[in-house]
Structure formats: C-alpha cells, structure tokens
Design a protein around this ligand. Structure first.
Ligand code: FEO
Ligand code: CA
Ligand code: CA
Ligand code: CA
Length: 659
C-alpha cells in the first residue's frame, strides 16, 4: 500500500479543535456566575481520567434535592447501562433493524456487496452513518409514511476492506483513490423511502415506493433566499450563484409543519482542501469556520472541493437544505435566510400567530444558539402556500444573561454593528458570515450547541450542549469549566410565544455521573446508576410533551456505558429524573430519535457502531474492517458492521414509555 496518510480522527465533530471564535466575549469571564453559586453547584469539573478518584454515593446528595417517588411521566423497566457488541432495549419492547447501510431502496438496486462497492450501487442503496430521522405520514395514515434519513459522513476504516495497516497498535488508512472518493460522496446526503407497518405491527421498506429517492453530494440543488446569486456565491461551474451540487455532513434536521424534510449542513470544513490564493477576501470568513481542514480527499478529483481552484465553493455549504419529499424529482433548496454556520439541526414549531420558528444550534466550542422566525404565516389548508416560507424572515442569536433572562438579537444588515463599515454591505454578507455577525452582537459563546427541541405544549425549548473541555472559565449559561459531560438548557419564551425576542432560561440538567461529587451533575436522586448520561446531542419531544435525549460520546472510559436514548422528566417533582430506554453497540452514537405521532413506534439511528473498542475489554484494540469490535447488526463474518435505523415498538402494541 503506497501513498499512506496518518490515521485521522474520523469523527469530525470531535476534531473541531479549540473552537474558532476569536472574540473577547468568549467566556463572559468577568461575570460572576451568581446563579451557579447560589445553587451550590460545584465549580469546575475535572478531566475524565481524574474523576474516578473521588466517589461519594448518591445518598450523599442534599436531602433538599430528594424528589418524590412515582411522579415520573414515564413507565418502563430501565435498561442496564454498559458496553457490549449488541444493542439493548427496555424489557417488553422490540428493537428491529429496519434499514442498514447498503440496503436496497429501489427494485433495480443491487444487493449490498461490501467487497465490490461502486458509487453507482451506493446511489441506489441506503447511505452511511444515519443521523437525523424524520417520518412524514402518507395520506394521513399512521401505518404508511416516508422515512427521511440523513447520512452525515463516512468512516473509511470501517467501510472498505484492505485499506488499513496496523503497526504498534496504531492504524493507518491508505489515501483514497477516485473510486473510493466517489463511493464516499454517494454514501453522503440523505434517503427518502416509503415504509409500511404490516398487520403484525412491524415496519418494512416499500422498495417500489414512488417517492423513494437518494440525495448525495452530487445532487443538483438551488440556492435561495437573500444570499442567492451574490458574487460571493458564484463559481466557475455556476456563474449565477444559484445552483450547487450536493449537500454534505448532514447532521440533524427537521420535518417542517408543511411536511418538507430539512437537512442541516454541519462540519463542512473537512471536505475542502488546498490553499486560498494570496490575499483572497474570503480568508477570514473561512478561518472562522476552520476551512479547509482537508479531512477528505475529494478535492484531488473534484476541483470544487479545492479552494485554490474554486475559492468561493465553501460559501455554498453550511446552510439549511429543504427537500419537498412529495415530489421525488423536486430540486432541494438551500435556504440562506437561516444563516451559514455548522448547523446541527432545525426543529420547528408553529407560533401562536401562525409564524413558524426554527431553532438552530451551531455545533462548535464557543459558538451560538440561533432561531429563525418566518415573515409569513403557516397555512395548514394550503401546502403549496408554505413552500417558500423559509426564504423570508428574521434570524436571531441568543444572549443568555446571568440573571436568567434571555435576549434574541436580530441579525439584520444595517442594524447595530452589522454595517458596511464592518464589511456587511448587504444581508447576503450577514448570512454568509453569520458567525462574525453574531460575534459583533456579543452573543453568548456556548458549550457546543447541538439539537434544540421546542415543546409546543408549554412554549419552552430544550438546548442540548454536548460538552466543551476547552472552556477555561464557567459562566451562568455554561456553568462548568472543562465541561466534559455537557448540559441541557431550558428556554422559556416570554408569554409562551415562540416568536418572542425575550425570555428566561434555566439549566435543566448538568450531565455526568451524579455519584461523583466533583462532576457536578444535577440529575434527581431518583435517577439510578443506569439513568444518568453524558454528552446530550439529539432530543425529541413526544406527543405527550415528554422529553427524550440521545447522546454522542459515552464510552467505556468516559462513562462506562455506550450512547443511548434516555427519558428525561421535565415537570413537577420528577424534574431532572432520567432513565435509560435503549442503548447502542460499542463504538456507536445514537441519533435521530423520532417518535411517531401515536407513540407506538420510536425510530432511532445507530451511527458509527464499531468505531472504537480500544477502551472496551471485549476488544481492547483499534477497530477496522478486518478486525471489528462488533459486526452489528448482522453478526455475519462476511459482513462489516453497518450503521442502521432501528424501529422500537412495544410487544403486543401500545404507547411507548407509558403505563
Ligand atoms: Fe453531527 Fe453536532 O453532531
Ligand atoms: Ca449531532
Ligand atoms: Ca430533535
Ligand atoms: Ca455530536
């Protein structure tokens, strides 16, 4: 094997470095964290390695923290936390694999053959690393609908045979050739596929579904909204600045009230390589996003991913993409009005006055929480009338004050510092450089904002802040320095109005092991040794208004457990109680928790299973195609580990998590 490159971190989000926010307002360091102190939370946390040294039992927690028993909104037998090669769901439930990487999506699609992969085959098969999962019912049926699934990124060492060498316990991946690059590009993007529930209550893929489609890094898309056509969006391939090929690193997303599928473009920096021409005007813009990072080799074969050849191309990524799933030939639209940054997701809610509000996290250390409020109102009677609602509206960024109040600051050209003098000639400039605009507005730098889930029942929204071990100083909204396990903030919009520009906020949970005092976790005392978690990432609010949280980053060495899906009480005396419902195989992350409206099915996405295993005693060495820590879900020696979407149902039917 020639042309070898050092093995790289394959999880882009873990490779995001110390953050690229250069502003002085990065930690609100001068603010005394008054609320934080009042509540007696322990200041600071420790590196995970140091934590094990000091243990105080749950019983040591203050008596005032004790919660009444039996007040939980959830009822199911808790799963035992741990690490092994399989997935596990609560007793009395089935977790059935519905779609695996490589599964056929069309009648003419070839069977998956991991040893003879081609881009052509991959374009007709389920892609890699399923993240967001959405469900759009068809013809009002609870038993038939479209599953919409993002394919965030590719793990070459798990996907391709014969590309890894091992020396002294370190693995090296050979440099990609054109064939491999094109398979990777075809394994990105998204899947829309019809599924049906059979009489036994189990879900199955409808191969000849008329609306089935694959979206990839090559799918033609339109650029819409205020940045469309701007000179900074124009390239040699597209002098109009309105057409672009593909979408990449689609992490979480959303389903709009009008039934379109939102794909959020997150860690776009790793797909670009090369050097900008000397003195290029986009240099500072790209530096703020860490572009180029050269994680992937795509730019060696496709000029648009080489910034020395097509320097404006990165401005055409980092957006929210909207797909009309009811037309398999529809052209997906990049909606520039919602800003350009490392978009985790875009969950939405119809406000009291009919405008629609999208909550947006920018997942990087010290970056921001945003929301977008449409100018127009949602029309539930006329789907077509809603189709361009995302082209006009106001993007806001959050400032969290230490007194528990919250301001939403509008990112509007000409207002405050967002002027021509500061390089913002138009709203297009504000949107292309959303982060810099938010820096100037002195938004609050957060501990990696991931999914933000509104709860239509109570005017609140839950912000997953996954972790930030680079934070030196705590502040009110990020109350732990060296935040290894993350936290969840509850936003309470003024008057329970999601369009409000002011509100309040609370820390719902500081995550981590509550039996270790120095961690400073704040789960209720009703939370068992299985029930706590670290690194919240995605969330769902079910039809009963209950919060479910899925995680990214729990492992043998961090928390002694894999990632999974936890049921988290937010109301009454049980507030802050968490219970484990489902957990993934070793090395995996749990994404896309998607409960159906009738709560009889919970779709979840098991992402990058088998990516790791060094710290698990069942493997104890690097995991790669020829020596995997798990071969979930097939457990067939001829098959590699495969990311997959799982449908969880209750044995004998019934609502999930209820008595
Ligand atoms: Fe792709 Fe922020 O997780
Ligand atoms: Ca995520
Ligand atoms: Ca969500
Ligand atoms: Ca994550």
């Amino acid at each position: 094997m020639t042309n070898q490159t050092p093995f790289r971190t394959t999880r882009l989000e873990e490779a995001c470095g110390p953050g690229t926010n250069p502003t002085a307002n990065r930690t609100m360091g001068e603010i005394i964290a008054a609320r934080f102190s009042r509540r007696g939370f322990l200041k600071g946390s420790m590196a995970t390695a140091a934590i094990a040294a000091t243990v105080s039992p749950l019983a040591m927690m203050a008596a005032s923290e004790a919660k009444a028993q039996g007040a939980s909104a959830f009822s199911f037998p808790e799963v035992e936390a741990g690490v092994d090669a399989d997935h596990h769901v609560a007793e009395g439930y089935d977790a059935d694999v519905l779609l695996r990487w490589g599964d056929r999506l069309f009648p003419d699609a070839p069977d998956f053959d991991p040893k003879a992969q081609t881009a052509e085959a991959q374009r007709r098969q389920f892609g890699y690393n399923n993240d967001f999962v959405g469900f759009v019912p068809l013809e009002g049926s609870a038993d038939r609908g479209l599953l919409c699934v993002n394919h965030e990124y590719t793990n070459e060492h798990l996907m391709f045979p014969g590309i890894v060498t091992v020396k002294d316990g370190e693995i090296t991946v050979s440099e990609a050739d054109r064939t491999r690059v094109d398979i990777e590009m075809a394994a990105h993007g998204g899947t829309v596929v019809e599924i049906r529930r059979n009489t036994g209550g189990k879900w199955a893929v409808v191969l000849d579904g008329a609306l089935n489609r694959r979206i990839t890094a090559d799918t033609p898309m339109e650029i819409r909204g205020p940045a469309a056509g701007h000179a900074r969006m124009q390239t040699p391939d597209d002098p109009t600045g309105t057409k672009v090929l593909g979408t990449i690193n689609n992490c979480a997303g959303g389903i709009t009230p009008w039934g379109t599928y939102i794909m959020a473009e997150e860690n776009i920096h790793g797909y670009f390589m090369g050097e900008l021409p000397e003195g290029h005007p986009e240099a500072a813009n790209y530096e703020r996003l860490g572009i180029p990072e050269s994680t992937y080799a795509w730019g060696r074969f496709h000029d648009r991913f080489d910034v020395s050849k097509q320097p404006n191309e990165p401005n055409r990524f980092g957006w929210i993409v909207e797909v009309d799933v009811m037309d398999p030939n529809s052209v997906p639209k990049k909606r520039t009005a919602l800003g350009r940054f490392k978009h985790e997701g875009a969950e939405s809610v119809v406000a009291k006055d009919g405008r629609v509000v999208f909550y947006l996290g920018d997942d990087e250390r010290f970056d921001y929480v945003y929301k977008f409020v449409t100018a127009g109102r949602y029309n539930p009677e006329d789907r077509a009338a809603n189709m361009d609602l995302l082209d006009e509206g106001t993007l806001y960024v959050a400032r969290f004050h230490e007194d528990g109040s919250l301001e939403w600051l509008p990112l509007v050209q000409g207002r405050g510092p967002l002027t021509a003098a500061n390089g913002f000639q138009s709203q297009a400039d504000v949107l292309i450089e959303t982060r810099r605009a938010a820096d100037l507005l002195e938004a609050t730098p957060m501990d990696r904002p991931e999914d933000i889930q509104p709860n239509p029942a109570n005017g609140r929204a839950y912000v997953m802040l996954t972790n930030n071990t680079k934070r030196e100083e705590a502040d009110a909204a990020n109350p732990r320095a060296k935040n290894a396990f993350g936290h969840i903030i509850e936003i309470i919009e003024e008057g329970e109005d999601f369009t409000a520009t002011t509100g309040r906020w609370e820390v719902l949970l500081q995550c981590g092991d509550p039996s270790i005092a120095e961690v400073g976790a704040t789960f209720s005392t009703e939370t068992t040794a299985n029930g706590w978690f670290g690194m919240p990432d995605n969330a769902a609010v079910d039809a009963d208004g209950r919060l479910w949280v899925s995680t990214d980053g729990n492992s043998s060495s961090d928390t002694g457990r894999t990632d999974g899906l936890w049921a988290v009480d937010t109301e009454g005396e049980a507030r802050g109680t968490s219970r484990l419902f489902y957990r993934v195989p070793v090395g995996g992350e749990l994404c896309g928790p998607c409960p159906t409206e009738d709560m009889t099915t919970f779709f979840v996405a098991v992402q990058h299973p088998g990516d790791g295993g060094e710290d698990w005693e069942g493997h104890g060495r690097p995991s790669y195609y020829e020596d995997l820590s798990t071969r979930w879900p097939d457990f067939d020696d001829a098959m590699p580990v495969r990311p997959a979407v799982v449908a969880i149902t209750r044995q004998g039917g019934g609502r999930i998590g209820s008595a």
